[in-house]
Design a binder for this molecule. Structure first.
Ligand code: LLP
Length: 431
C-alpha cells in the first residue's frame, strides 16, 4: 500500500485526501467505513476539528471565549471534542442544553441565544449556570427577571443588537439586517438598555451581534463593531458594567470555491478596538469549526436519462442533507475511488419524492455503476443536525475518525425508533 497522499479536489482540509486514487479520512479508507457502517454515512475527522479550533484560538488569543455554535453539529462526540480543545458553547434551545448535560460537559462557558426563549429553557439554563443570556427582544426582559427573582440570582445578559449590516450571504442565512427578526434595532436599543438597567434582577454584561452565516469578508464584522461602539458612546448607561463583546459566528468556509474567511484578519481588525474598551471577545463559530471536517458518503443505486438530463441516483437524499434544496448550496461531490475515465455532466439526486431532492446539479462525474461510492464534501456543519425523517427515512449513522481508528458516534436510526411515539398509545381526550 502506498502512503503517498494527494489533495482531494474540493476538500477544505488535508484530512480528506487521496491515496492511490482512493479517498481517505486521516488514516482510514472511506470505502472501509461505508462497508462497515453502511450508507448514507457521515464521516468526521477529529483532527480537522482540533485544527480549526486551534486556528481560531491562535487568531483571537487566550482571552477570547470561543463558544462553538452547536446547532452546526450537535453530536455528543463533536461537543466533547470541542470542549477538550477548550471551547465553550453557543446554545439556542433547552434541547441543546440537554445535549451538553448528556455529554457531561460544563455549561459555565455557554451563552444562550434565541429570538424567543421559553420559561422552562431559561430556568434550566439558570440552574445549570451559564456565562450569559443573549437577549434579543424586549418581551424577554420580564420573563428573565422573573426567573432571576425566583432563583435569587441576578442574571447576566448581553443585548443582541441588529446593526443593519449586509453580510453578503444567502437571504435565508442573513440575520443582521433591519428586516430580519433577530436582535434589537439600534434605533430602539437605547430604550432596551434602559429597561435592563432598571431591572434589579438583570445585569447587562455585553453586546452581541450575529450578522449571518458563511461570511467571506471581514468588512461586516468591522462595520458592526463600529456601529455598536457608536451606539454605546451615545449614552453613559449603555457602557456601564459591559465587559464582553460577542461578535457572533458566520466565519465562512471555501466549499471548494475561493477562499475561507481569513479569521486572523478578522481578529487583527477587531481586537485592538475591543482591547481599547476593555471588552473581552466572545465568538460563536459553528460552520468554520466542523464544516470541512465532515463528509457524507453515499452509494450509487443507478442512473437514468430523462430529457436533456442524466441523473445519478444515490441513497442519500434531502432528508440527510438539506442544504442544496434549501439554500441552493453547492457541495463538491467526488467519487470515493477516482478513475481516469471521461466525465460527463450529471445531476446527483436522492430517492425522496420531491424535485427539490438533489445533492448536486450539473456536475462532472465519470460513469458510475450501482454500488459505487460518492462523497459529498464539507458537510460536517448543518448536515446531520438538519437531517429529518421525511419519507420515513432513517437518519444516517455518524462516525468520528482519529488517526487509523473510527468510532461510531451515532447509530443509524431504526424503524422502531421512528414509530415508537405512535404505537401502543392508549390516550384519548373527549371534549
Ligand atoms: N451565532 C448565532 C446567533 C447564530 O444564529 C448562528 C447560526 C451562529 C452563531 C453560527 O453561525 P456559523 O458560524 O455556523 O455560520 N443552516 C444554515 C446556517 C444557519 C445558521 C443559523 N445561525 C446553513 O446550512 O448554511
Amino acid at each position: 500500500m502506498t502512503s503517498h497522499r494527494t489533495p482531494c479536489p474540493g476538500a477544505g482540509t488535508a484530512a480528506f485526501h487521496l491515496r492511490a486514487g482512493e479517498l481517505w479520512c486521516e488514516d482510514v479508507p472511506v470505502a472501509r467505513l461505508a462497508e462497515r457502517y453502511g450508507t448514507p454515512l457521515y464521516v468526521y475527522s477529529g483532527a480537522s476539528i482540533d485544527e480549526r479550533l486551534a486556528t481560531v484560538r491562535r487568531a483571537f488569543g487566550e482571552r477570547a471565549t470561543i463558544c462553538y455554535a452547536m446547532k452546526a453539529n450537535s453530536n455528543l462526540a463533536v461537543l466533547r471534542r470541542l470542549h477538550a480543545g477548550g471551547a465553550g458553547f453557543d446554545l439556542v434551545s433547552g434541547g441543546e442544553l440537554r445535549r451538553l448535560q448528556a455529554a457531561a460537559l460544563p455549561t459555565n462557558q455557554a451563552v444562550f441565544a434565541g429570538v424567543a426563549k421559553e420559561r422552562w429553557e431559561i430556568e434550566a439554563a439558570v440552574l445549570a449556570g451559564i456565562l450569559f443570556f443573549n437577549v434579543e427582544s424586549l418581551h424577554e426582559l420580564p420573563l428573565l427577571a422573573a426567573v432571576g427573582c425566583a432563583h435569587g440570582k441576578r442574571l447576566r445578559v448581553a443585548l443582541r443588537l441588529n446593526p443593519d449590516v449586509d453580510a453578503g450571504t444567502h437571504a435565508y442565512i442573513s440575520t443582521g439586517k433591519k428586516e430580519n427578526k433577530f436582535g434589537v434595532a439600534l434605533a430602539a436599543a437605547g430604550d432596551t438598555v434602559e429597561a435592563i438597567a432598571r431591572e434589579r434582577w438583570l445585569q447587562l454584561v455585553g453586546y452581541h451581534v450575529h450578522l449571518g452565516s458563511q461570511l467571506r469578508s471581514i468588512d461586516p464584522y468591522v462595520q458592526a463593531l463600529d456601529r455598536v461602539m457608536a451606539f454605546v458612546d451615545g449614552a453613559a448607561v449603555r457602557g456601564r458594567e459591559v465587559t464582553h463583546y460577542d461578535l457572533g459566528g458566520g466565519f465562512g468556509i471555501a466549499y471548494g470555491q475561493g477562499e475561507a474567511l481569513d479569521v486572523g484578519a478578522v481578529a487583527a481588525a477587531l481586537l485592538p478596538k475591543l482591547q481599547a474598551r476593555g471588552w473581552q471577545p466572545v465568538l460563536e463559530p459553528g460552520r468554520y469549526l466542523v464544516g470541512d471536517a465532515g463528509i457524507l458518503v453515499t452509494r450509487v443505486l443507478g442512473e437514468k436519462s430523462q430529457g436533456p438530463t442524466h441523473f445519478v441516483l444515490v441513497d442519500a437524499a434531502m432528508n440527510d442533507l438539506l442544504r442544496p434544496a434549501l439554500y441552493q448550496a453547492e457541495h463538491a461531490i467526488v467519487p470515493v475511488a477516482t478513475t481516469t475515465a471521461a466525465t460527463r455532466e450529471v445531476d446527483i439526486v436522492g430517492p425522496v419524492c420531491e424535485t427539490g431532492d438533489f445533492l448536486g446539479k450539473r456536475r462532472q462525474l465519470p460513469a458510475c455503476r450501482p454500488g459505487d461510492l460518492l462523497a459529498v464534501l464539507a458537510t460536517g456543519a448543518y448536515g446531520a443536525s438538519m437531517a429529518s425523517n421525511y419519507n420515513t427515512r432513517r437518519r444516517p449513522a455518524e462516525v468520528m475518525v482519529d488517526g487509523n481508528t473510527a468510532r461510531l458516534v451515532r447509530a443509524r436510526e431504526t424503524f422502531e425508533q421512528l414509530m415508537a411515539n405512535e404505537v401502543d398509545l392508549h390516550e384519548t381526550f373527549v371534549a
